[in-house]
Design a protein around this ligand. Structure first.
Ligand SMILES: [Zn+2]
Length: 89
């Protein structure tokens, strides 16, 4: 029971750091010529959703402006697995 609990705790801590680092270093500033995350997240998403009462969806039509392409989820999960694959290998 110890190792599954330790693995879960490590995964939660890693996922939190991973999400924070992606947000801070990839989604909130241009990464050289790779500007897609910055433009889709900061310029479009945070134009509508900010750190105030607009953090939550107020206007239903803004749900259409949440720009996350279908492939973003699988790519982010695969990138997040790389450190664990490297450790296991
Ligand atoms: Zn953001």
């Amino acid at each position: 029971m110890f190792w599954p609990a330790a693995g879960f705790l490590i995964a939660v801590i890693f996922a939190s750091f991973y999400a924070w680092a992606l947000h801070r270093y990839v989604m909130h500033r241009p990464l050289g010529k790779f500007r897609y995350p910055f433009e889709a997240h900061t310029l479009i998403h945070h134009h509508v959703f900010r750190a105030d009462e607009t953090y939550h969806l107020i206007n239903p039509k803004d749900a259409q402006t949440i720009p996350m392409a279908w492939w973003n989820g699988p790519v982010l999960v695969l990138l997040g697995l790389l450190p664990f694959v490297a450790i296991a290998g």
